[in-house]
Design a protein around this ligand. Structure first.
Ligand SMILES: [Zn+2]
Length: 316
């Protein structure tokens, strides 16, 4: 049963089992994504470092204060900045990711010229502000507002941001064996990015899915086929509690709902490609099924339809 144990400027910390915590990000404060804290027995593993050095520091401090133990490992689930920009706070921990994720953090997130990056972010945020003012589509509008608030926090922290790369790598599975419990890191390829890791705690039936599951959000798809097969494999696990990368703590139903969403996007896109429906007509005539019509996302459902359509069209 989840129990609120701490609230900080960045997140609300819930206890899920003895020694297992979920840090659920508060909107617009610079955490941007959820994280996990697990007591292995002698030391801790933290899953994802949030979106800013400040939020990462808060997460580490909170983890060590609540448990009285040190963070031995920090895991990066995937390369996206909102999950790894807090890495530098874990300077005395061992950072872990898949080798693909490490490569992508290095390739896409390292900032060579801070003043240039700052200028680009300011320009982007100015343009975003104008776009928000002209929009009346509420689900996209509120997603963009959230992006604006979160990115403004990243911008504030940018002068102090130092992207730290994971030094320990794995390919498909890594077991962190503790005296109290084991944490399993699984990567079955990439659905949301080229490489996505989730953390499973078999003793507790708890899974931290990061951006392989989201709630009420058109989370960007990268590879719809691999996404479906990853989620099918996760369905085989015993799961009582699931923590998505964004959104509230839930159960296995969240996995099923998101798997249904990915399948729907995949099926409809394949059908359009098979019937030779042009992409623009496919998008403009698409009627979002009722159960996903209230979902948010900066590109709405169109972004994922485009990705999936292009994926299957390229396949033909
Ligand atoms: Zn992501």
């Amino acid at each position: 049963m989840q129990k609120l144990v701490e609230e900080t400027d960045y997140f609300i910390l819930y206890s899920l089992a003895e020694g297992v915590y979920a840090a659920i990000s508060k909107p617009g404060q610079g955490a941007w994504s959820n994280a996990g804290i697990v007591d292995l027995g002698e030391e801790l593993v933290v899953f994802d470092s949030m979106s800013t050095p400040s939020a990462g520091r808060d997460l580490k401090t909170c983890a060590e204060k609540i448990t009285g133990k040190k963070v031995k490992y920090l895991v990066n689930s995937h390369y996206h900045g909102d999950h790894v920009f807090g890495n530098q706070a874990f300077y005395d921990s061992t950072l872990i990711s898949t080798s693909v994720t490490r490569y992508l953090i290095q390739k896409k997130n390292i900032i060579d010229d801070v003043s240039k990056e700052k200028q680009e972010m300011e320009d982007y945020l100015d343009a975003l502000k104008v776009k928000i003012q002209t929009l009346d589509e509420s689900s996209i509008k509120s997603s963009l507002e959230n992006q604006y608030n979160e990115m403004s926090k990243v911008l504030e922290d940018l002068p102090h941001l130092k992207v730290v790369l994971p030094e320990v790598h794995f390919e498909d599975i890594l077991i962190l064996e503790g005296t109290k419990r084991r944490a399993e890191l699984h990567c079955n390829g990439g659905g949301h990015t080229p490489s996505d890791t989730f953390m499973y705690l078999p003793l507790d039936n708890i899974v931290f899915m990061s951006d392989l599951v989201a709630e009420g959000l058109h989370l960007p798809l990268y590879n719809p086929e691999d996404f479906k097969s990853i989620l099918e494999k996760v369905k085989q696990l015993d799961i009582d509690t699931l923590i998505p990368g964004h959104g509230e703590i839930g159960g296995k139903d969240k996995l099923h709902t998101f798997a249904d969403y990915v399948s729907m996007i995949s099926d409809r896109s394949q059908e359009a490609v098979r019937n030779k429906v042009p992409l623009d007509l496919f998008i403009s005539s698409f009627k979002t099924p009722e159960e996903f019509s209230k979902w948010e996302g900066t590109k709405g459902i169109k972004g994922n339809l485009t990705t999936a359509y292009t994926f299957y069209a390229d396949d033909n």
